[in-house]
Design a protein around this ligand. Structure first.
Ligand code: ADP
Ligand code: ZN
Length: 435
């Protein structure tokens, strides 16, 4: 099903003509209304008129998170505060959070794009959505809320936290869809089990999960414990919030980017060179319809790749692959690049382990050390009088991490439910090297 049949299935050449028209407008507008852009373009020796084709965008300078921080809180807004109807801020996962603003029309666009996401997940106005994304400054809660309302679905604005109560609501209200972070979905499943509830017997049919990296194996795990289909949604507050890209139920492989509102590029994070589709690099977005807070070539630090192959759902919008991590999450362990999501993929391939883990990086002398702590399943734990079983599992993890990722790790198996749980975004890595 497609929410906006016309715009989600435009022939590529029509879409690109529309993108070019919108790009020209936004570049003109930021040059004339935002001091930062005027200076940045002048310094780079480019003028708004230099945009003759979409390809000319690459002549323009990047906008970085640092630029946003330097202009904290409102310095990059392109409209006066009287036109702003909402403010949000990023979660601040990797530093001081950035503040974003929306005009009435921006909220309207965002609601539509979130409605598109829900329809891509198979939702209609007959569905009930359990929205466990946090409400507040974080964009997740309200973003999803407005989208679901736009669609006409019934929203339960449960927000994050109070997990036991969430389980009761899931049972009593019988929502058919849920959205939250993938780690929180597992958290809910675990809590439900503890309360003796058959989570698969709930009415839930589909989950829309995002806001943090997760692996394909994690998807299978969530689908199994909750008895639902799990779909990936991507977004970031700087560009809009959730709903920048969304997987479709038909494809379930890569997220369609709403390219009538955002231009997406992948770049080599070191050189800044634009990469051809299919190659893995850092995602860079340009907003082409946003009024309050337009961004030109914003470097997300998220690592992914673009997929241009047609999708069976009929959308002509290109897809982005699941984000394997942020460039600033990438651990360099004795010269080897490792993403937490790669460690997750290894762990989830081994029986008897739970999808709850922590990565601890340290430096002893001049040597980086990597420690992985992972919970074992109740079953394995109860049979653990056979110390051998645990030892074998530990050895297997060490070996797989070495074989697949090329680094040596120390592995520590821990009791079920002993690692910290999170209600919003998980924090998997403790890097003690900076302390
Ligand atoms: P912060 O950067 O402070 O976490 P946001 O709350 O705006 O701010 O979160 C946006 C970030 O969340 C993205 O840049 C990306 O790193 C991550 N993210 C969002 N959706 C996904 C997803 N589906 N998969 C992986 N990472 C995601
Ligand atoms: Zn599709």
């Amino acid at each position: 099903m497609i929410y906006n049949e016309e715009f989600e299935t435009l022939p590529r050449e029509v879409l690109e003509a529309l993108q070019l028209k919108r790009l020209k407008q936004v570049v003109q507008r930021v040059y004339h209304t935002v001091g930062f852009y005027r200076r940045a373009f002048d310094e780079a020796g480019v003028q708004p008129d230099d945009i003759k084709t979409l390809d000319d965008l690459k002549k323009f300078p990047f906008t970085t998170k640092q630029d946003l921080r330097d202009n904290y809180p409102f310095g990059l807004f392109a409209v006066p505060m009287s036109s702003i109807v909402r403010l949000h801020a990023s979660s601040g996962t990797t530093g001081r959070s950035t503040v974003v603003g929306y005009t009435k029309r921006d909220i309207d666009t965002w609601s539509e794009l979130m409605a598109r996401c829900f329809v891509a997940a198979g939702l209609t106005k007959n569905d009930m959505l359990h929205n466990a994304y946090g409400y507040g400054l974080f964009t997740g809660g309200l973003g999803a809320h407005y989208g679901a309302e736009r669609l006409g679905a019934s929203v339960i604005p449960i927000s994050g936290g109070n997990t036991k109560r969430q389980i009761m609501i899931l049972q009593d209200f019988g929502p058919t869809a849920i959205c939250c972070t993938p780690s929180y979905a597992l958290n809910l499943a675990e809590q439900g089990k503890e309360m003796g509830i058959d989570m698969k017997a709930l009415k839930l049919r589909v989950g829309i999960f995002g806001a943090e990296p997760w692996s394909e194996k994690m998807r299978t795990e969530i689908e199994n414990v909750l008895g639902i289909k799990a779909l990936n949604i991507y977004g970031l507050s700087e560009i809009m919030g959730p709903g920048v890209a969304m997987e479709c139920l038909e494809g379930r492989n890569g997220m369609h980017v709403f390219e009538d509102h955002f231009l997406v590029e992948t770049i080599d994070p070191t050189t800044g060179a634009v990469l051809p589709p299919g190659e893995e690099g850092e995602l860079v977005f340009t907003t082409i319809t946003k009024e309050a807070f337009p961004l030109v070539r914003f470097r997300t630090r998220d690592i992914s790749r673009l997929m241009t192959e047609p999708c069976r759902c009929g959308r002509t919008l290109y897809r982005m692959d699941r984000v394997m991590g942020r460039s600033d999450d990438m651990l360099i362990i004795r010269g080897v690049n490792v993403f937490p999501s790669q460690i997750e993929a290894v762990l989830m391939g081994i029986k008897g382990l739970e999808p709850h883990y922590q990565i601890i990086v340290d430096r002893i002398g001049n040597l980086d050390t990597l420690e992985v702590q992972v919970e074992v399943s109740e079953q394995l734990f109860e049979n653990a009088d056979e110390v051998k079983v645990l030892q074998n599992t530990e050895r297997r993890i060490v070996k797989d991490i070495k074989d697949y990722l090329g680094v040596s790790a120390k592995v520590k198996l821990v009791e079920p439910k002993s690692l910290q749980r999170f209600e919003g975004k998980v924090s998997r890595v403790q890097d003690r090297r900076h302390i």
